[in-house]
Write a protein that binds this ligand. Structure first.
Ligand code: HSE
Length: 429
């Protein structure tokens, strides 16, 4: 048979071990599909003695991932360690400097250093591929760079953090508080070592910034993502949004506007009956819109051994076959620095407040809304028995972010709103 594709794998956690298993178990299938075998030459991880449930005896061991990346007998450096900087970046740079190909699942590293790494790859002729970095097993990078390459992409949306979706759907379905659902996700091992990466929206923001770069031909710019996590969502919001026909999701949206590239990762309301609204548990969904194709919806596991290793394998199989696509779907030098636009696209908003139950309260709120140009679409006041304040919900017509901010500030100063009013964007999906 022809020359094998020789791998050096750094990082033998869940995903790394999953890749080793597939390479071992499916050796014949992979060789047939690629026209050449895929072989592991050497591996590296923090602890050599950990039992990972895989056979590693036949491979060389390197303590230093940079040494692994530089080995002459490694064609593809497979980076599965994680971390935006440190050993992952050093070893990736070392491999690319030598013209080797790199396959990684590292969304943080690419979101922060993607442009320089893509340029480094092009300088030496190496490939840098990252299907596993976004939405786990969903082949969304391939969909954008290949399947939709004949389209102008108009919008990318997605629920791309399974942990947040799990927490929100457990709050909805099992009537758990945020803290209870968070503890449950923690018990199931869903949370990242730093939970704020999940619930703060950072992990999903990294993924969105990578998709936006491919979709709009721009330099990846994670720092321009408007980020908000799910920590302020209460069970009341979830119930009352449901009562109005919506579900709350940590939703990423990227679109090019007249004022620049808008990238948002924040809690949004979506219609309960929409595909995004029906997404349950730890599953991911990415919605892509192109001028020719219209809208397509991709749904699947966003994490876990099998799905993420499946995505890594798809990049490795491409390289074994000789299929080479630029990191962000076009030459790195042609990626433009987009102007960052902040919430410029008007949208309806859901507002929730506790309104003191006394004559004229509602009129004061209505006046603020009128004065700030906010038009009410629907409104509901709930029973509150003997409590001094009544829960009031308002769904607005489409308004700008500026109008919303002005209305929220105005309501706080009426003296009739108890605590802080809450607003969540309603995304048209
Ligand atoms: N922590 C992520 C999630 C998986 O919950 O979806 C890795 O990106």
């Amino acid at each position: 048979m022809t020359t094998p594709l020789r791998l050096g794998i750094a990082g033998l956690g869940t995903v790394g071990a999953g890749v080793v298993k597939i390479v071992q178990r499916k050796a014949n299938l992979l060789a047939t599909r690629c026209g050449r075998p895929i072989e592991i030459v050497a591996v590296s991880a923090r602890n050599r003695d950990t039992d990972r449930g895989v056979r590693l005896g036949g491979y060389d061991w390197e303590d230093d991932p940079v040494a692994l990346a530089k080995r002459d007998d490694v064609d593809v450096f497979v980076e599965l360690m994680g971390g935006a900087d440190g050993p992952a970046k050093a070893a990736t740079e070392a491999a690319l400097a030598l013209g080797k190909d790199v396959v990684t699942a590292n969304k943080a590293m690419l979101a922060i250093h993607g442009q320089e790494l893509a340029e480094a790859a092009e300088t030496t002729g190496g490939a840098l591929r990252f299907e596993a970095a976004v939405a786990g097993g969903i082949p969304v990078i391939k969909a954008l760079t290949e399947g939709l390459a004949g389209n102008e992409v108009t919008r990318v949306m997605g629920v791309m953090n399974g942990t947040c979706n799990y927490i929100l759907t457990r709050m909805q379905g099992a009537e758990l508080t945020y803290d209870q659902a968070f503890a449950e996700a923690d018990g199931l091992g869903y949370l990242e070592a730093d939970p704020n990466l999940d619930v703060g929206g950072i992990d999903a923001g990294h993924k969105l910034s990578l998709l936006a770069a491919i979709a709009f031909g721009t330099r990846v710019d994670f720092h321009a993502v408007e980020l908000e996590g799910i920590g302020r969502i209460t069970i009341e919001d979830i119930h009352q949004a449901a009562d109005m026909g919506f579900r709350i999701k940590l939703l990423g949206v990227a679109q090019m506007t007249g004022r620049g590239l808008e990238q948002r990762m924040s809690p949004c309301l979506v219609p309960s009956a929409s595909p995004l609204g029906q997404l349950e548990g730890g599953t991911n969904m990415v919605v892509l819109e192109g001028d020719e194709v219209g809208q397509i919806v991709l749904r699947g596991a966003g994490a876990g051994e099998g799905p993420t290793a499946s995505a890594v394998m798809s990049d490795l199989i491409d390289l074994a076959r000789g299929t080479r696509v630029s990191t962000f779907g076009r030459p790195a030098g042609s990626l433009e620095q987009a102007r960052a636009a902040k919430s410029t696209v008007p949208a309806p908003y859901y507002m929730r407040m506790q309104l003191l139950d006394k004559p004229g309260s509602l009129a004061k709120v209505a006046t603020v809304l009128g004065d700030t140009g906010v038009s009410i679409d629907r409104m509901r006041q709930y029973r509150h028995d003997d409590a001094p304040a009544a829960p009031v919900l308002i769904v607005t017509h489409k308004i700008t972010r500026e109008a919303l901010d002005a209305a929220m500030a105005g309501m706080e100063s009426t003296g009739v709103v108890d605590g802080h009013p809450m607003a969540i964007r309603i995304e048209e999906v």
